[in-house]
Design a protein around this ligand. Structure first.
Ligand code: ATP
Ligand code: MG
Length: 347
């Protein structure tokens, strides 16, 4: 039996996911993905989700689970890149007494925890070669043994794999077993980058503004038409995650003027649209733009961990309160204002 707290955390509440119209939007490529999902809902077929970082692979995996006939069973996620290779096997298959140093009792692996539900294997190419072989065996006949055990067990789950690298290339470069690749790529969903579905940005933005305003207990900020146009001009290399972070800043700051100015600089510095190329410093400028985005994301993470308490966040980051406010309003500021010594992330 699964402990009650684990059991609860493995449930997916559809209300926590964006609605279908937001997840798939209106482009033909994403609509095709929606249709493909319909075809696999009642089967046990493995599904592979490919897409750049932040394109919503996990959201799609959860969506698929909630629509499938497994929706009452657990959705269990394992990020193969986040767990040391030595622990991954026991995480996945479980272990029996004495199998590992300090292993006192038997422990269920995630395959057993996901019983009758969905196992989501993120960053699948990061799994060791040997473990890939064991996973292949499980996918072929549904059987496995716990680490240190001898009893053959059966898992009744659907496996969804995801990767932000092209798995065909991972096969070519020898990091992913070819036999495993063919086993998991039966149904492959290639998620569009946000830059290839820009027509969906206004609806996604509206959804995020509502969701985050409710979450942060702020009023919904009004984005002016110039900002909305800029949102469609920026290429969003971090995809939906970057857009979500941008909207979070708009909600926290409550006015979009500074953010709009920042977007304008970003758009211009990458040579899009009405750019004067001579204003662009080339790769160096792009690097610092990416760095400031990363810095802003790092600040947001600390803010979120501190329940949006800006004073505590400034203290944790060892910067002045004013410097934090400045960085939130203008993440690129440190690059241009020589006098800004307050915020090490932005120097
Ligand atoms: N359709 C959507 N509308 C709004 N927000 C979305 C949508 N899809 C995903 N998101 C948000 O974008 C962020 C990234 O989504 P998700 O974690 O599913 O992406 P991912 O492709 O798994 O990223 P990574 O490759 O980095 O693991 C999450 O915070 C998620 O809530
Ligand atoms: Mg992910």
């Amino acid at each position: 039996m699964m402990p009650a707290d684990l059991d609860r955390s493995f449930r997916v509440d559809p209300a926590d996911l964006p609605g279908e119209a937001i997840v798939f939007g209106s482009t033909p490529a994403m609509r095709e993905i929606r249709s493909k999902i319909d075809c696999v809902l009642s089967s046990d077929l493995p599904v592979l989700i490919q897409g750049e970082s932040g394109t919503g692979k996990e959201v799609i995996a959860r969506f698929l689970h909630t629509r499938s006939n497994r929706h009452d069973a657990p959705f269990v996620k394992l990020n193969c890149a986040a767990i040391p290779a030595s622990l991954l096997e026991s995480e996945l298959f479980g272990y029996e007494r004495g199998a590992r140093d300090g292993a006192e009792g038997d422990r269920l692996g995630l395959i057993e925890m996901a019983d009758r539900g969905t196992l989501f294997l993120d960053e699948i190419a990061d799994m060791s070669w040997e473990l890939q072989g064991k996973l292949l065996r499980f996918l072929q006949d549904g059987s496995f043994t716990r680490l240190g055990g001898s009893e053959e067990r059966r898992g009744r789950i659907r496996v969804i794999c995801a990767s932000n690298i092209d798995l065909r290339k991972a096969v070519d470069s020898g990091t992913l077993r070819e036999d495993l690749f063919y086993r998991i790529e039966v149904v492959t969903l290639h998620l569009s980058a946000l830059r290839d579905r820009k027509s969906d940005i206004p609806q996604i933005c509206e959804y995020l503004l509502r969701k985050l305003s409710r979450q942060f207990r702020r009023r919904i900020p009004q984005l002016n038409p110039v900002t909305l146009r800029l949102l469609k001009q920026w290429d969003w290399p971090g995809n939906l995650r970057e857009l979500e972070n941008w909207v979070a800043r708009a909600v926290i700051l409550g006015d979009d003027e500074a953010l709009s100015a920042e977007l304008k600089r970003q758009v211009e510095s990458t040579g899009k649209n009405d750019v004067r190329r001579s204003d662009c410093d080339g790769p160096k400028d792009l690097t610092s733009s990416a760095a400031s985005t990363a810095a802003a994301n790092a600040i947001l993470q600390v803010l979120q961990a501190n329940n949006w308490d800006k004073r505590k966040t400034a203290k944790d980051l060892k910067v002045s309160y004013q410097a934090l406010l400045g960085a939130l309003r203008d993440p690129g500021g440190g690059r241009r204002r020589k006098g800004n010594r307050g915020f090490p992330y932005l120097q």
